[in-house]
Every structure is written in C-alpha cells, then in structure tokens.
Design a protein around this ligand. Structure first.
Ligand code: SAM
Ligand code: SF4
Length: 326
C-alpha cells in the first residue's frame, strides 16, 4: 500500500471532510457579514464522489475521517454518507464537528450510522450572546447536545472560541456545564482565516491567559486524550473533566500534523493556514481511474507545507472557514 508520508516525515492518516459549505448559523468569526458566495450545488461533490475519494484515501493509510462543514448536518444525504464511509474496512475512527442545531432530530441516526466522537461548537451559555455570535438559537443547540448525550456519543467535546469582551468571563461557567454533563471542554484561540477570522482578531485572547484564570480556581495536571491532535489537555486534579487548549496562534503544532482537508467542492487543502491544494473535481468528472487518483494524491502530499504562518502573515488565507471546516 502506498502510504502517505510527506517531505518532513509526517504520516498523513486523517482526513477532514467538509461535506457542505452551507450553514444554518453565521458565526461572525467564520462567515463574513453579508457573505453570499456559497458554492453552486452542481459544484459540490456528490455522495458517490465523496465516498470514492475517501475509499481511495483509506487505501493509502487514512483510517480516520472527520465530517465537518459548514454544518455537516444540513447536507441531506449525510446519514447515508456516514454509513458508507463507516463500512469501509480501513476506516476505524469516525467523528463529526457540528453546531448541534440539528442533533435533536438526528443524533441517534448519526450515531447508528457510525460516528462515535462528536465536537460541538458552543461559545456561550447566554442566549443573547449566543445570538450575537451565531445569529442562531441557543435552546436548539442545548436540546441537540442532550440528544447527543442520550444517543451515546463518547466523548462529546465542547469547542469554545474564547473572545475578549464577549465570552471570556464565561470560562468558569463553561467548566461547570461540562463537569455537570461529563463533556470534555476545549478552548480555541481565534484564527485569522478568511475575512471573518481576520475581523475577529481584536478579540484574540491567548489561552495561557485562560489557563491562568482556571488555575486560580482549580488545580490542573497534564492529561492524555486519544485523538488529541493539536490540543494539549489538562485535567482537574481529583475530577474527570478534561480541558483542551488549541493554540494555533501562540504555539505551533505543525510538526505533528497528520491531516489534510477536503472541501465540499473537491479541493484538497494541504494545510489550514496555506493555499497549497489539489483540485479533485475536474479529475473525478474527467474520468480519472483510481491509480491515477493515487498518483495525484502522492504528488500533492509531497507539497504539504511545513507549517502555517498565521502569526507572520495573518490574513493570507482568504478562503472562508466554513469551506474547509476548520
Ligand atoms: N459547523 C461546525 C461547527 O461549528 O462545529 C463545523 C465547522 S466549523 C468551521 C469548525 C470549527 O471551526 C468550530 O469549532 C468553529 O468554532 C471553528 N472556527 C471557525 N472560524 C474560526 C476562527 N476564525 N478562529 C477559530 N476557530 C474558528
Ligand atoms: Fe457555521 Fe460552524 Fe462556521 Fe459557526 S463555526 S458559521 S456553526 S460552520
């Protein structure tokens, strides 16, 4: 089997699959105000195209897939897609990033189709602040989260983008909420990806500041977490709660990068913070066979950049976060 190892010796075994660029929310740090340039339906990869690409990647050593978006649950054939990908012999880990707004309706179906691990975006527990950030309805998200808990996803991780003068003061409340429900909590620094991400830069908080805040209330010790990726985890001493810190800005985690990202239009992005890419759609629609596809993938992995440059070149990634799924 042709394994995917890049120039820097990093083994690529994780694919983040953005199944749609559309979303029922409008988080201001993700989708620019008034943005209306979502892709044409015909330009989105079909169910069969997505499944074929994942199969080819799985034959090259990719065993883990995360469904993301946009909001993956607004794609109509998502359950079928999860089922078909979950049935592939080399795929051993299926996860999903979601805003949870649709989970009250479909949590059990998604769980039964094969997704085990869930990341849910939740920046605030205050309905007004929630509306201000997302333009959406907090109660739907909380209902969705409870449905996910009942459906048996393990773990459920809450992703909180921490922002100055907006939700930073809720860090303690979010710890209590996650303790109560046995969720894992992860804090994320704002990233200057796309116009929206750049506009959120003035709300940037370094997570070392959050850690100091937490240390005033809790005794923390290092923790291990399977599938931790770029997050560094701490644990409250004597308790179950694990707290992750995702710090793309203040610390590089690129040396351990094991992933690539496929957009819903069929563009393979080799790094979240760089423009290097491979366009699959013309290849797929031009009748490429599997061996040729594998050749293109190997050539692209050769080009995977060493690291992002968010700190030295903020704003150089102009694509919208909802295209590539973060
Ligand atoms: N809609 C799903 C969700 O919200 O979880 C999946 C896609 S969303 C783009 C994936 C993650 O990217 C979310 O946790 C979101 O908070 C994060 N994100 C989006 N824009 C960001 C930015 N500028 N900085 C940091 N995180 C961002
Ligand atoms: Fe939608 Fe997720 Fe982006 Fe918010 S972060 S607008 S929920 S894709």
């Amino acid at each position: 089997m042709a394994e995917l190892v890049d120039r820097f010796g990093r083994k690529i075994e994780y694919l983040r699959l953005s199944v749609t660029d559309r979303c029922d929310f409008r988080c201001f740090y993700c989708i620019p105000k008034g943005f209306n340039e979502f892709s044409d339906r015909g330009d989105q990869l079909t169910l069969d195209e997505c499944v074929r690409l994942v199969r080819v990647f799985s034959e090259m050593g990719v065993g883990r897939v995360r469904f993301t978006g946009g909001e993956p649950l607004v794609r109509r054939d998502i359950v079928e897609m999860v089922r078909r990908i979950g049935a592939m012999p080399n795929i051993h880990d299926l996860s999903m990033s979601t805003n949870a707004s649709q989970l009250a309706r479909c949590a059990s179906e998604i769980r039964a189709a094969g997704v085990e691990r869930l990341n849910v975006s939740l920046d605030t527990l205050d309905p007004e602040t929630f509306r201000q950030i997302t333009q959406g309805d907090l109660s739907r998200v909380l209902d969705g989260l409870m449905a996910a808990k009942s459906a048996g996803f393990r773990p459920i991780k809450i992703n909180m983008v921490v922002m100055r003068d907006l939700n930073m003061h809720e860090v303690g409340d979010m710890v209590d909420f996650c303790l109560e429900h046995r969720f894992t909590l992860r804090f994320i620094e704002t990233m200057p990806v796309g116009e929206a991400g750049v506009s959120a830069r003035d709300r940037y908080v370094s997570l070392s500041e959050i850690r100091e805040m937490l240390e005033q209330r809790f005794e923390l010790e290092p923790a291990r977490m399977t599938g931790a990726g770029p997050a560094k985890y701490l644990k409250v001493v004597g308790g179950r709660l694990k707290i992750g810190f995702i710090t793309p800005m203040s610390q590089h985690f690129c040396e351990d990068c094991n992933r690539v990202r496929l957009s819903s239009e069929g563009t393979l992005y080799l790094c979240l913070g760089q423009g290097d890419k491979l366009e699959f759609r013309p290849l797929l629609r031009g009748g490429v066979d599997d061996d040729e596809l594998k050749g293109h993938i190997l050539e692209a992995i050769e080009r995977k950049p060493e690291k992002h440059e968010f700190d030295t070149k903020p704003g150089q990634v102009v694509r919208v976060m909802s295209m590539t799924g973060g």
